[in-house]
Design a protein around this ligand. Structure first.
Ligand code: AGP
Length: 609
């Protein structure tokens, strides 16, 4: 799950590569590096840590004359974060340089064999074998050497290579991990994601799975594994460059929390046109097939899994369809019982999470219908699925997902309405009633976000606590799971999240005088049950921080602190009740001085198992 960039063209490229890497830093920030061709020699600059460290290394060393180069920002898998393990990696001669995203699963055997043949290794990484394999296969044709290297390696990866004897060429290959080409005016960019070159060009060519490419300043060729040239259209990307900037907020996460009303508006836009219709154009699964679906199986990881858990309640409630839910890394190694009447829904904001992709592929193999809910167009999940519901949250840079989570929940609401419509589980009036309530949520949230003082004040009172317990029931359960995940990932405070009714079966032993317990207690059919659980917490002298529906003054009698959220119907309530928990986590992390946009040990896109 690293970020790679490459450039060939007439411009001095060091700063272009550096700027590209800055945009990809969310993919990993254990180390970073560049290699550029200067006076016929490849010069490599690498640094441990994030891009600030590389910036220091590059000071006074701009390689202004370089017109060809590679860059990499790393999330360590094989080999600890160190300068030696930082990319780019070189062959023995130093004439070849490579950057790789992904994992070479058979690297150990390859390394042993290459070492036996006399190759000298300088790192502990799996990626370095690619440089030495290209060296082994190179006889004057870089593309052919890349092709033969591809044939030798197993795993999932995307890599780019340059050779000092080819001052105007980048060659590379892709298997499962993303690789995009930016086509400029007489120049070519290559990257793991579009933001890396969005400020330079909006014309994009996608390198497909199991394909090679070769780029020179005026041309890019996409080829199959036999080097047959493939036709590939250029796509024009309409993203706003500013969307990738912080736009006045102190952090990306904060900006993205405040962008949630827009993310919701965009995700719903045009999909509920009235008359009980639900229009999901990219879903591509015919209504008659959807009508015959007898089970929905949701697979996802992390925050996306929590969105999926909301789906369990909503789909059962509205569409009256059986729902199962599993963590993708578990599902992929089980023997799930699927049939052509099962709809497997893979939820992944990135569309590149290895475990979710594997689960979706397993479902395809078992003849289930597979639907992807993702935020990234053209991501692998979209290609592995029969159909897609795109969330339209825009680019999310903060490693902790916020606006994509809300958009995922809204996408699930749309899916549930669609299934309810085709199955006749809800009539036109019921669908329209829900649709108008859903359309009203962004305005409610916008209003709510104008005054976030409650979350901030509560954060000030509790941020030095060593442990937080989160409780919820019904649709409040995924909300409390997500709130607890947000707090632990950005503030490093240990948390537990439990179905409130389960507390008495164990977690209650954790409670002590003053222990903060966050309880999702919004209006709904289990509200009274939640209040009983709050009483159990209070009996242990723990401190209750309740998330409650505006107007519920009674909850104050049971709580030490209350964060009120706007009133919505129960099935829509996660769209509002998760927001104060994001804000609470955010303020606590800020008060503790944590880097909320780049929490330690995490990466935005988890392309490894
Ligand atoms: C979100 O805050 C987390 N960083 C993480 O749990 C994430 O949701 C998970 O890795 C799944 O990612 P995906 O949505 O891109 O598949």
């Amino acid at each position: 799950m690293c970020g790679i960039v490459a450039y060939v063209g007439p411009r001095s490229c060091t700063s272009l590569l550096y700027q590209g890497l800055r945009k990809l830093e969310y993919r990993g920030y254990d180390s970073a590096g560049l290699s550029v061709l200067v006076d016929g020699q490849i010069e490599v600059v690498r640094a441990v840590g994030n891009m600030d460290s590389l910036e220091q290394e590059l000071k006074g060393n701009g390689h202004a004359e370089a017109r060809l180069g590679l860059g990499h920002t790393r999330w360590a898998t094989h080999g600890r974060p160190s300068t030696e393990n930082a990319h780019p990696h070189s062959d023995c001669s130093g004439k070849i340089s490579i950057v790789l995203n992904g994992i070479i699963e058979n690297y150990a055997g390859l390394r042993k064999e290459l070492a036996r043949q006399g190759h000298q290794f300088a790192s502990e990484t799996d990626a370095e074998v690619v440089a030495h394999l290209i060296e082994k296969h190179y006889h004057g044709d870089l593309l052919e050497a890349v092709r033969l290297t591809y044939a030798d390696i197993a795993g999932h990866f995307a890599f780019c290579a340059i050779h000092s004897s080819h001052p105007e060429m980048i060659a590379g290959a892709r298997k499962e991990c993303p690789l995009l080409i930016g086509v400029g005016d007489g120049e070519i960019f290559v990257a793991s994601a579009i933001p890396a070159f969005l400020s330079e060009t909006r014309d994009v060519v996608i390198v497909g799975d199991e394909e090679l490419f070769v780029a020179t300043p005026g041309d890019v060729q996409i080829l199959d594994l036999e080097k047959k040239r493939l036709e590939r259209e250029i796509t024009r990307v309409n993203w706003d460059v500013d969307a990738a900037e912080k736009g006045g907020y102190e952090t990306f996460m904060r900006k993205e929390i405040f962008e949630q009303p827009d993310a919701l508006v965009d995700t719903i836009a045009g999909r509920l046109p009235g008359g009980g219709q639900v229009v999901l154009e990219e879903m591509l699964i015919p209504d008659e097939v959807l009508a015959g679906i007898d089970k929905v199986y949701i697979v996802a990881c992390g925050t996306s899994y929590h969105a999926g858990m909301v789906g369990r309640y909503v789909l059962e409630n509205w569409a009256r369809v059986a729902v199962e839910l599993d963590i993708a890394s578990e599902f992929r190694y089980r023997e799930p019982v699927l049939s052509p009447a099962t709809l497997v829904v893979g939820i992944s904001q990135s569309g590149e999470t290895a475990d979710t992709l594997a689960a979706m592929r397993q479902a395809r193999r078992m003849d289930a219908r597979v639907l992807a809910i993702t935020n990234i167009m053209g991501s692998q999940a979209t290609r592995d699925a029969n159909g897609v519901i795109y969330t339209r949250a825009g680019l999310e840079i903060g490693v902790a997902a916020t606006k994509t989570h809300l958009a995922q929940i809204a996408a699930i609401h749309l899916l549930a309405l669609k299934l309810a419509q085709v199955k006749g589980a809800l009539d036109v009036n019921e669908i329209e009633g829900i649709a108008s309530e859903l359309k009203a949520v962004p305005a409610l949230l916008r209003q709510y976000l104008k005054n976030e003082s409650a979350a901030h004040e509560i954060a000030k009172r509790y941020y030095q606590q060593p442990f937080f317990l989160y409780l919820g029931r019904g649709v409040g359960l995924p909300v409390c799971l997500e709130g607890a995940l947000k707090l632990k990932e950005i503030s490093y405070i240990p948390t537990e999240a439990y179905a409130a009714g389960e507390m008495k079966h164990g977690p209650i032993a954790l409670l002590d005088k003053g222990s903060p317990v966050v309880v999702v207690a919004t209006d709904g059919h289990v509200y009274e049950k939640v209040v009983s659980n709050i009483e159990e917490v209070r009996a242990r002298d723990a401190a209750v921080i309740a998330v409650a529906t505006e107007g519920n003054e009674g909850i104050r009698a049971y709580s030490d602190d209350v964060m009120y959220v706007p009133a919505t119907s129960e099935m829509l309530s996660p769209l509002v009740s998760v927001v104060p928990l994001q804000l609470l986590a955010y303020h606590i992390a800020q008060l503790k001085g944590c880097n909320v946009d780049q929490p330690r040990n995490l990466a935005k896109t988890v392309t490894v198992e």
